[in-house]
Design a protein around this ligand. Structure first.
Ligand SMILES: Nc1ncnc2c1ncn2[C@@H]1O[C@H](COP(=O)(O)OP(=O)(O)O)[C@@H](O)[C@H]1O
Ligand SMILES: [Mg+2]
Length: 360
């Protein structure tokens, strides 16, 4: 019921512009895989190639091990869901869900039974006789998913399906979508520019920039071990120090910057001057005393209460703005505006990383 998808050296050119550059990924049967990246990085183009609306300029796409070259969209075991879903307003919900089956000559009683089954799956039992206009945005989205599932695709392709919904509903629908995917076991390829969505729902995430896949990993690894500065910055916040690389040994390196000399993990392919060290605000520690290493002295400028955490904005004596996030669990003393503080970080929690993987 579900199929894996392989992309091998897949490129897509629009004239002289390369929208997707040498994409390689193996998505497993039944996996929830997301492509995450900013607008224009090539996410939709990948989905259009998988669904068969455009052919790759180069490379091979396989679904369930079968080369898809020359296979039209309706010959592929895929279903596509967009942000602006097009439910038919003059049909009932059940008729909407049964539409694809009707096109395939399935009889009315069978269509109705299938619609009822799918409405239970998407948590809208008994809604079959309602009209589209009677449903909320989130309910319409669930009907669109039920309609796509009706034809029993092996792969669901979802292109920013939640982006038209408001924040609360979007967060609720994340869990819903994930649950629907688990219940059906269908392979999901999900596209989003929202890092929270990608991290919360996916088994694995492919982070993209300028047509290139930068990193493929599970959500924790993407956040904790980004391979480059693009991934580190697109997925989460950082304090970033720029400096010149010193000695490197055992995966650790020293960096000399205008704000002090630091030690951190070092990623692949970094060398020379003007390189960047990344440390997360939640790994930035505030103390009254200078830490043994990686300390920066400064003054608190703003204390921002965010609920679950407190953001301390400070500026170092050397003029660099930094942010530290303290958990609101009573474990740490909260400094006040104007306090003199030391900011620091564990060398293992900071990384010197190369910039994005871009066209050479
Ligand atoms: N049919 C097309 N003709 C020319 N350029 C296109 C076409 N489709 C997409 N592009 C360009 O390719 C790039 C990637 O687009 P797209 O895959 O839609 O990005 P995303 O979905 O990540 O926002 C963009 O720069 C876009 O303008
Ligand atoms: Mg898009």
């Amino acid at each position: 019921m579900s199929a894996g998808i392989d992309l091998e050296n897949v490129c897509c050119d629009f004239g002289s512009f390369r929208a997707v550059d040498n994409a390689n990924v193996s998505i497993k049967p039944g996996e929830f895989f997301s492509f995450l990246g900013p607008s224009g990085c090539g996410k939709t183009t990948i989905l259009r190639m998988v669904s068969g609306f455009i052919e790759p300029t180069q490379g091979v796409i396989r679904i369930g091990g079968k080369d898809m070259r020359g296979q039209r969209p309706n010959q592929r075991p895929t279903a596509l869901i967009f942000q602006n879903l097009a439910l038919f307003p003059l049909m009932t919900i059940a008729e909407n869900i049964g539409f694809g089956l009707e096109m395939r000559g399935v009889d009315k009683a069978t269509r109705r039974a299938k619609a009822e089954e799918l409405l239970r799956l998407v948590d809208l039992p008994g809604a079959g006789d309602k009209m589209v206009s009677q449903l909320s945005g989130g309910q319409k989205q669930r009907v669109a998913i039920a309609r796509a599932l009706a034809v029993e695709p092996q792969v669901m392709l979802l292109d920013e399906p939640l982006s038209a919904l408001d924040l609360k509903l979007r967060q609720h629908m994340r869990a819903e979508l994930r649950a629907i995917q688990k219940r059906t076991g269908v392979t999901f390829i999900y596209i989003t520019h929202d890092q929270g969505e990608a991290l919360a729902m996916s088994d694995r995430v492919g982070v993209m920039s300028h047509g290139r896949i930068q990193q493929i990993a599970d959500p924790r690894d993407i956040y904790n071990n980004p391979v480059n500065g693009f991934v580190a910055s697109f997925v989460g916040e950082n304090n970033v120090f720029v400096g010149d690389l010193g000695t490197v040994s055992d995966g650790m390196a020293s960096l000399s910057t205008p704000h002090g000399s630091f030690r951190a993990r070092i990623g692949q392919g970094v060398s020379g001057k003007g390189v960047k060290l990344y440390v997360r605000p939640e790994h930035t520690i505030i103390s009254d005393f200078a830490p043994a290493e990686n300390g920066v002295h400064g003054t608190v400028q703003e204390v921002s209460f965010e609920g679950a955490f407190i953001a301390i904005h400070a500026v170092s004596d050397s003029g660099m703005k930094m942010v530290a996030e303290l958990r609101n669990d009573g474990s740490a003393a909260i400094p006040s505006i104007g306090d003199q503080v030391w900011m620091g970080f564990d060398a293992q929690r900071a990384a010197i990383l190369p910039d994005a993987n871009t066209k050479g």
